[in-house]
Design a protein around this ligand. Structure first.
Ligand code: RIB
Ligand code: CA
Length: 311
């Protein structure tokens, strides 16, 4: 059964890899890509999404979304690990693919309102601003979403503050709206994505595929690894966002625990924390399937499987 999906993202090297995987795999019908401010400005994340689709020959419409969070100004853009463009490394030919004229939030509403109940899966890999805004503008879309498979949060430590992960911290109010929407969320948090480390040996493995996808992957990852090493001292770069697509392709890659998750929006110290009630202490509705472990061998096999599907 082909799954209808919309990818909501802030490319970003890892977002770009998620697009690369979902865009070619026969399990997915990628209806559209919506972009949001996060790793970089909305202009740059949109340009990056367009460049990735154009380079790979993916005929997927790209819709530009929110340029700022719903309420509080988010963290600075991530030049440190994604570069000035937000996707430093590859050198793309001149960009001819154009963004769609409709705003991403309107696209989400229009597409979901035309869908059957529980027909479309949302794959957010950036801040949740677009999705939350769409829910607030048109609450009837909620019943149209099959499920949300997202990258964000962590049941342990954050990466912006000790408490909070970037995608949630960047718009915690939006995350609060989405996690309280009643839609089931599968959360690929830092707890597993920090284990999806792209080491130079992985780059060498993918380079052997020798097609346009592997070239893009290699050019992106060589920059991403260098930037992560200079910023954090790591030898491998965590490939966060592709964990969402890999999970949908092969759920066995991950171990999931169902639990209730609350988003902290009032605490100064813990703003943006995903409080995952793994031990069911609150007995609240289990709105989240939290990824608590990853089979990294199966993960990289899944990434390689997708890259090999390109010409
Ligand atoms: O914290 C990691 C997340 O923030 C990833 O989605 C990365 O692309 C950035 O958006
Ligand atoms: Ca992202």
């Amino acid at each position: 059964m082909v799954r209808k999906v919309i990818i909501d993202c802030d490319p970003g090297h890892d977002d770009a890899t998620a697009i690369m995987m979902a865009g070619i795999h026969p399990d997915f019908d990628v209806l559209g890509i919506t972009t949001v401010k996060g790793n970089q400005t909305i202009e740059k994340t949109t340009t990056n999404a367009l460049n990735v689709c154009q380079w790979l020959g993916l005929d997927i419409p790209v819709y530009e979304g929110m340029s700022e969070p719903m309420v509080i100004a988010g963290p600075p853009t991530e030049e440190r690990v994604h570069g000035q463009s937000g996707l430093d490394g590859p050198h793309f030919p001149s960009l001819t693919k154009k963004k769609e004229s409709m705003h991403a939030v309107q696209y989400l509403i229009q597409t979901l309102m035309q869908a059957d109940d529980h027909e479309i899966t949302l794959i957010p890999t950036g801040p949740l601003t677009n999705i939350a805004m769409a829910m607030r503008l048109e609450p009837r879309i909620i019943s149209k979403v099959k499920e949300i498979i997202m990258m964000g949060g962590s049941y342990e430590n954050g990466n912006v503050t000790p408490a909070a992960e970037f995608n949630i911290y960047a718009d915690a109010e939006a995350a609060y709206v989405v996690f309280n929407s009643g839609i089931h969320i599968t959360m690929m948090g830092l707890d597993v994505t920090r284990k999806a480390l792209c080491f130079p040996s992985v780059v060498d493995r993918m380079e052997k595929i020798n097609n346009k996808a592997s070239k893009l992957f290699v050019d992106m990852m060589r920059f991403f690894i260098k930037a992560q090493h200079e910023t954090y001292g790591w030898e491998g770069a965590p490939l966060h966002d592709p964990c969402t697509v890999a999970y949908l392709i092969n759920p066995d890659v991950f171990k999931i625990k169902e639990c209730h998750t609350d988003i902290e929006i009032r605490s100064e110290q813990s703003y943006g924390r995903t409080n995952c009630d793994l031990f069911n202490l609150t007995d609240k509705v289990k709105n989240t399937g939290v990824a608590i472990d990853i089979n990294t061998e199966k993960f990289w096999d899944t990434v390689e499987q997708c890259l090999k599907m390109y010409d």
